[in-house]
Design a protein around this ligand. Structure first.
Ligand SMILES: Cc1cc2nc3c(=O)[nH]c(=O)nc-3n(C[C@H](O)[C@H](O)[C@H](O)COP(=O)(O)OP(=O)(O)OC[C@H]3O[C@@H](n4cnc5c(N)ncnc54)[C@H](O)[C@@H]3O)c2cc1C
Length: 240
C-alpha cells in the first residue's frame, strides 16, 4: 500500500505557444461580430479584447479555444467530480483494464508484491489510531492495507481486475486527461476552486488556475484567491 499525501499534479498537454496563439484567434473571431478588424492583432491587443468580452458577458467567443490537461496522482473521487463537467472530454485510467498486479512491463503477474496507491487527506494523520466498533484501534494506512489484502485475495482466487475492483477505495490513485474550451475551463474553475468544493480538486485546480493565468492573460484574470479553509487549502472567488 502506498499512501499519496501530496496533492495531485498536472501537465498542460497543449503547448504554451499554442495556448497564447488561441487568444489571437479569439480576437479575430470576436472582431467579426463588430466588423472592427482594423489594426494588427497582437498578444497585447488580444488580452485586452478578451478581457472586454468577459466583462460584457460575451463568453461564447472564448469557445474558439481548447486546452488539454493531464491530471496525475489524483483520486477516483477527483475524477468522479471532474467528469461531471459535460462540455469537456475525458480519457481516464480504467480499473477494468489496468491490472495493479502487473509490473511495469505489464507482462508479469505479481500478486504478492502488487501495491495499491491511495490519495489520503494531507491534513489528516494517516497513522492515527481510530477506534472501531469492536474496540480495535486501526489507522487509515492499516485500513487501506487491509483493502489491498482483500483485493489480492480476490485476484489469487481467480477474480479478474474488473470484478476485484469492486473492493477498491474512492481514494485510489487515478490519472485522467481533460480537454475543454476556455469557457468551460472558466466554469470548472468557478465551481471547483470555490470554498464549497472538495479540498482535493480545489487544491489541484487552484494550482492549475495560477499557471493558466500566467500563460493566457486576460482569460482567467477575474479569479482571485480569497482565503484559506480550516485545512489551509486556498479558495478562489471571481471579481473583475
Ligand atoms: C460543491 C459541489 C457539490 C456538489 N455536490 C453534488 C452532489 O451532492 N450530487 C451530485 O449529483 N452532484 C454534485 N455536484 C455536481 C454538480 O451538480 C454538477 O453536476 C457539476 O458541478 C457540473 O456542473 P454543471 O452542470 O454546471 O457543468 P457542466 O456539465 O460543465 O456544464 C456547463 C454548463 O453548460 C450548461 N449545460 C450543460 N448541460 C446542460 C443541460 N443538459 N441542460 C442545460 N444546460 C446545460 C449549464 O449552463 C452548465 O452550467 C456538486 C458540485 C459542486 C461544485
Amino acid at each position: 500500500m502506498k499512501v499519496i499525501k501530496d496533492p495531485g499534479t498536472f501537465t498542460i498537454l497543449t503547448p504554451k505557444a499554442e495556448l497564447r496563439k488561441q487568444l489571437l484567434r479569439i480576437e479575430r473571431a470576436g472582431r467579426t461580430c463588430y466588423r472592427s478588424q482594423t489594426g494588427k492583432i497582437s498578444e497585447d491587443s488580444a488580452r485586452d479584447f478578451v478581457a472586454m468580452l468577459l466583462k460584457r458577458g460575451h463568453e461564447s467567443v472564448i469557445e474558439h479555444s481548447s486546452m488539454t490537461v493531464k491530471f496525475m496522482k489524483v483520486s477516483r473521487g477527483f475524477t468522479h467530480e471532474i467528469v461531471r463537467h459535460r462540455l469537456a472530454s475525458f480519457s481516464q485510467e480504467s480499473t477494468r483494464y489496468v491490472d495493479y498486479a502487473r509490473s511495469g512491463d505489464t507482462t508479469t503477474l505479481d500478486l504478492d508484491s502488487m501495491e495499491i496507491h491511495a490519495v489520503t487527506p494531507p491534513h489528516r494523520d494517516e497513522t492515527e489510531k481510530i477506534a472501531l466498533d469492536n474496540g480495535e484501534q486501526i489507522s487509515l494506512t492499516e485500513m487501506l492495507s487491509t483493502v489491498e489484502s482483500y483485493y489480492r485475495g480476490l485476484r489469487k482466487a481467480g477474480w479478474n481486475p474488473e470484478d476485484a475492483r469492486q473492493i477498491l477505495p474512492i481514494g485510489l490513485e487515478a490519472h485522467i486527461v481533460v480537454t475543454a474550451n476556455f469557457r468551460e475551463w472558466r466554469h470548472i474553475f468557478a465551481l471547483r476552486t470555490s470554498k464549497p468544493a472538495h479540498w482535493e480538486i480545489r487544491s489541484v485546480l487552484g494550482k492549475l488556475l495560477k499557471e493558466v493565468q500566467h500563460i493566457v492573460p486576460g482569460v482567467f484574470d477575474d479569479f482571485k484567491v480569497a482565503g484559506k479553509d480550516a485545512n489551509g487549502v486556498e479558495y478562489v472567488e471571481q471579481s473583475f
